[in-house]
Design a binder for this molecule. Sequence first.
Ligand code: SF4
Length: 83
Amino acid sequence: MESQAPDIKPKKIGKIVVDRNLCIGAASCVAVAPGVFELDGENKAVVHNPEGADFETIMLAAKSCPTMAIYVFDTEGNQIYPV
Ligand code: SF4
């Protein structure tokens, strides 16, 4: 018998939303997850690829935002962050 990792389903992110009114262009999210976030012409973060990083990295990016402008939802539409 092989010892396997515990059977925990990886959490899936369904949607990432940046509140443009809250975003101050600090770019922490871009630094943490450049595969997911980028700054647009107005220096506001936009999600260019919601699957551009793994779950932990995206959560880290959301938590790194000084104004908590990043909202993360699971595939069923439940808000995972901020909670
Ligand atoms: S970390 Fe927050 S404030 Fe900074 S660019 Fe990203 S969303 Fe905007």
